[in-house]
Design a protein around this ligand. Structure first.
Ligand code: NAD
Length: 295
């Protein structure tokens, strides 16, 4: 079975539309973008398009790349305090002159629709109400849409990043999966993946997962998006982390493109609605806390 993203993403967007319409005030997504990097411009316009499509408000703060960190932090502070703003994100990457971690930590956790703030990460791991990161939450929604069970499954996630691998492990653990996280230093990756009922590839390595690494009948989710050249018309040619031959052994596989990708933006819209629901029910945006890991 091919697990196509678009119908599952549409179901999520439809749910977001219905829940938004039930709120006293329209949820508002604010996106801050610095500079004119073409990929960032196109990601941000896709987010805006999807927000508008389901009846949310959308504001893009397009600032010059020379914007100082202090100016950026003061805009974030103003948007944190503005009750009309439900969700706020800063499009990455930021120019090297800016401390990205400091900027992301300045966003109020209640409006942090990317789910990257350490307070949301902590809430996610402790099972408290968190805004989850969009790609892993989108993967869970995709599994739900296709009726694929998670509880009791042995899942191997290949990749331990803060935006995909680790938060996905937290979400699947909360659904009673038995989760193993593999990474670039894992010896004999194939021995692990062959034991799994479900393999999630989020390594950023084209065609890393081959057919002999998959147990026949396993479910395979391909999060990878790798540019592997150009098409004749000059568009980027994309490959996932999973070799297409895996379709012959897996019970179900997500395509790239058109699998997990559409779920990510749909979940960003859902997070904006979730944030609006909580804020409009009277939850106060908390002061962002400075979090530092001690070396
Ligand atoms: P990352 O570079 O931050 O992390 C990659 C992880 O994979 C690391 O933990 C690394 O240890 C592991 N890894 C790398 N090579 C490996 C190997 N050969 N064997 C085992 N583990 C290996 O990447 P990321 O930000 O988590 O993104 C992962 C992939 O997912 C990328 O292709 C990215 O483009 C894609 N992605 C897609 C979406 C989407 O919406 N579809 C969203 C985010 C990321």
């Amino acid at each position: 079975m091919i697990l196509a993203g678009p119908p599952a993403a549409q179901a999520l967007l439809d749910e977001a539309r219905t829940r938004a319409a039930a709120l006293p005030r329209r949820p508002e997504l604010h996106v801050i973008r610095l500079g004119e990097d073409p990929a960032s411009v196109s990601y941000v316009s896709l987010k805006e398009k999807k927000a508008l499509e389901v009846g949310l408000g959308s504001t893009v703060h397009a600032l010059p790349s020379a914007t100082s960190q202090a100016e950026l932090l003061s805009l974030i502070e103003r948007l944190n305090a503005d009750p009309a703003v439900s969700g706020l994100l800063v499009q990455l990457p930021l120019p090297a002159s800016i401390d990205s971690e400091r900027v992301l930590n300045a966003i109020s956790p209640e409006k942090d629709v990317d789910g990257f703030h350490p307070v949301n990460v902590g809430r996610l791991w402790t099972g408290a109400a968190a805004l989850p990161p969009c790609t892993p939450a989108g993967v869970v929604r995709l599994l739900d849409y296709y009726g694929l069970p998670v509880a009791g499954q042995r899942v191997v996630i290949v990749g331990r990043s803060n935006i995909v691998g680790k938060p996905l492990a937290a979400l699947l653990l909360a659904r009673d999966a038995t989760v193993t996280i593999a990474h670039s230093r894992t010896p004999d990756l194939a021995a692990l993946t062959r034991e799994a009922d479900m393999v999630v590839a989020a390594a950023g390595s084209p065609h890393l997962i081959t057919a002999e690494m998959i147990r026949p009948g396993a479910v395979v989710i391909d999060v990878g998006v790798n540019r592997v050249g150009q098409t004749k018309s000059g568009k980027a040619k994309l490959a996932g982390d999973v070799h297409p031959e895996v379709a012959e052994v897996a019970a179900a596989l997500t395509p790239v493109p058109g699998g997990v990708g559409p779920m990510t933006v749909a979940h960003l819209i859902m997070n904006t609605v979730l944030a609006a629901e909580r804020l409009q029910a009277g939850e106060q945006p908390s002061e962002p806390v400075e979090v530092e890991l001690l070396a």
